[in-house]
Design a protein around this ligand. Structure first.
Ligand code: FES
Length: 385
């Protein structure tokens, strides 16, 4: 996903609502969950698996994806509707749909997926989405760079395979941080890709808990390390597009170092994961939510228009809609995934946090409803637009 953009109020003139029921695929809208069968669960490292889904012919179009995008998975765990986004690690050219899941301490979904899920199980999956991608075109000669740490390699693996397959003279350089070599996700596959794309893929590993002879390869990808990389391992002026995925601190370090080495901001893409902080309202946001208490909103969802009262307690439009029982889509509730995206058809809406929408989408009137509050009495938002 793209970096943070300014958080605007979105104002839209009242205009007739348009329903688009006729354009739906037979499997339903892309924002719906579909039950898919797990074809394979493969142990990738001691604490990570990859999951391949069986795709029946009628689902192939619905589940088409671009390199770098992610799926939202849903399961009921201990009576709770738990949803998580996982990046696709396969390339659209591989002919398979596969995600990687790493077990996190106390992680409800990752614990379930890495320990309990098995081939033959069914799981709810929402088709791919996300902006952490690029347009790859045959005949182009570009140099891509990526900074990844831990399971942040997942979308980057897909990008590497796709970029180097589609553009047969492009190059890719990967800087990949991990704690120890035994936990390097997709180590074997990356080595295979180095052989397959001989001379066009360079990979540098950085370990925090194992010592290398060359000091540059010891320690985490912090700002100093990223600066050193850009001073010594790659010519920043030759980078056409840079990707970063992993913990927030690593991504911010990579972004700052790239900017300081004159890589233009529109050539840097970060893939963020939601943080708990985005779900907690600060004092100003709490005040705005309280002021909007009970405000009536029009909500278009799956071709129906509902009237929903804003729920100040939950503090956002998404939860207000879901409290009525309407299945408004969501995943992270942290302003990152954009699953809860809706268009402001009329009225005045304020969006608190936005890591998921592009500036163009914001310009077109889209908001993340998990981060939005109605500021006027004529608000209508459409999840169908
Ligand atoms: S649910 Fe992810 S941005 Fe709103």
């Amino acid at each position: 996903m793209q970096g943070a953009v300014a958080l605007p109020r979105v104002r839209r003139a009242v205009r007739p609502l348009q329903m688009h029921l006729e354009s739906r695929s037979p499997m339903g809208p892309k924002s719906d969950f579909h039950s898919l069968t797990v074809a394979e669960v493969r142990q990738e490292t001691p604490d990570a698996v990859s999951i391949r889904f069986h795709l029946p012919d009628e689902a192939r179009e619905q589940f088409a994806f671009q390199a770098g995008q992610y799926l939202t998975l849903r399961a009921e765990i201990a009576g709770e509707d738990v949803r998580r986004n996982y990046s696709v690690c396969s390339s659209p050219l591989d002919g398979e749909l596969r995600v990687a899941v790493k077990a996190l301490e106390g992680g409800a979904f990752s614990g379930y997926a890495t320990r309990e899920l098995k081939a033959g199980d069914r799981i709810d999956v929402m088709p791919a989405t996300g902006h952490f991608t690029a347009l790859f075109e045959a005949g182009r000669e570009r140099h891509y760079a990526a900074f990844a740490a831990g399971s942040g390699i997942t979308p980057i693996l897909s990008l590497i395979k796709t970029a180097l397959s589609v553009e047969d003279t492009s190059r890719f350089t990967l800087f990949y941080g991990n704690r120890v070599s035994a936990h390097i996700l997709f180590l074997e596959e990356l080595s295979g890709l180095k052989n397959r794309f001989m001379g066009r893929l360079e990979i540098y590993h950085f370990l925090t808990l194992e010592e290398e002879e060359i000091d540059l390869f010891n320690g985490r990808l912090d700002r100093a390390k990223c600066d050193e990389i850009l001073d010594t391992l790659i010519d920043p002026s030759a980078i056409d597009m840079a990707f970063a995925c992993g913990p927030e601190g690593m991504m911010l370090a990579a972004e700052a170092a790239l900017l300081a080495h004159d890589v233009a901001p529109d050539r840097i893409l970060l893939e963020r994961f939601a943080t708990g902080g985005a779900r907690v309202l600060d004092a100003a946001a709490r005040e705005r939510a309280d002021a909007a208490k009970g405000r009536q909103m029009g909500v278009v969802l799956d071709g129906r228009k509902l009237t929903v009262a804003f729920d100040a307690e939950s503090g956002n439009i998404l939860d207000s809609v879901r409290k009525t029982g309407a299945p408004a889509p969501f995943a992270c509730k942290g302003g990152v995934c954009a699953t809860c995206r809706a268009k402001v058809v009329s009225g005045d809406v304020e969006m608190r946090i936005n890591y998921g929408l592009t500036p163009e989408e914001v310009e077109q009137g889209y908001v993340l409803t998990c981060q939005s509050v109605p500021l006027s009495d004529d608000v209508v938002v459409s999840y169908d637009s």
